[in-house]
Ligand binder design. Structure first.
Ligand code: NDP
Length: 253
């Protein structure tokens, strides 16, 4: 039910953090995986680390800015040439610019929206004809800020709220094509993205630990199981959902 052999997955931001952990989960379940990012050093390391599990030939890296419409089209054409098909798209690439809204420039707002939300639209739209051929899965990565406001992250919160609504729109549009579209809402996960905030924001670490019933930060690997589930036949009648993976953070009063 969870077997992904024969499937091909594309993971944006798959060269580090949560994306790489999900890529590893998908590869472990049998999928061939294309990882996408901008940093070539991280891309090489990601493919090598997937290869350490004997899956090097199963993984390939693509240096692409997912905000660039033309580059996304070229990526998809290259991926189909390399792998012959696409079954699973994970829209995971993301950035945050931590500023109060009154201090945020339009350029900064656009950078966050383009990376976190518009890229998911671009990649999903470009993947659609390939997913449609045999049915497929789209997984969008939201956040706790898909649910809660965050004074220090206005564009990030808007983009992650938008991810949930994009998920619902795509799920309803593509259900008849046997494409399931779901969102994962990670809690506070220890990655490059949060390490800086953890170091710089006074008391953040303590607040997260106090609010999370599991009593710890998440690890990128905590996202691997849900990625496999939402990529597999086990979730074929689940679409349009947004599933928190947060150690209970979102249900704590
Ligand atoms: P990382 O900073 O470790 O990963 C972000 C990834 O996105 C990197 O692989 C980066 O690749 C890639 N990326 C960023 N911009 C672009 C771009 N324009 N084109 C291609 N790739 C890009 O952070 P996380 O692993 O923590 O974040 C992954 C996702 O999870 C994000 O969407 C984030 O918002 C979300 N999330 C994270 C949480 C956490 O607590 N860590 C909580 C909730 C959600 P490169 O460096 O090569 O550019």
């Amino acid at each position: 039910m969870f077997d992904l052999q024969g499937k091909v997955a594309l993971v944006t931001g798959g060269n580090g953090g949560i994306g790489l952990a999900m890529a590893r989960g998908l590869a472990d379940a049998g999928a061939r995986v294309a990882v996408v990012g901008r940093n070539p050093v991280k891309l090489l390391a990601a493919v090598a680390s997937l290869g350490q599990q004997g899956k090097e030939s199963q993984a390939k890296a693509y240096a692409v800015d997912v905000c660039d419409e033309a580059a996304v089209s070229t990526l998809m054409a290259q991926l189909i040439e390399d792998f012959g098909r696409l079954d699973i798209l994970v829209n995971n690439a993301g950035i945050n610019i931590r500023k109060q809204v009154q201090d945020l420039s339009l350029t900064e707002w656009n950078a966050v929206m383009d990376t976190n939300l518009t890229s998911a639209f671009l990649c999903s739209r470009t993947a659609f004809p390939h997913l449609k051929k045999q049915g497929g899965k789209v997984i969008n990565i939201g956040s706790m800020t898909s649910i809660f406001g965050a004074s220090f992250a206005p564009a990030y919160s808007a983009s992650k709220g938008g991810i949930v609504q994009l998920t619902r729109a795509l799920a309803t549009a593509w259900a008849a094509d046997n494409i399931q579209v779901n969102a994962i809402l990670p809690g506070w996960i220890d990655t490059e993205l949060t390490q800086k905030a953890r170091a710089e924001v006074n008391g953040l670490n303590e607040r997260i630990l106090a609010r999370t019933p599991a009593g710890r930060w998440g690890k990128p690997q905590d996202l691997a199981g849900i990625a496999v589930f939402l990529s597999s036949a086990a979730s074929d009648f689940i679409t349009g959902t947004a599933i928190p993976v947060d150690g209970g953070y979102s249900v704590q009063a």
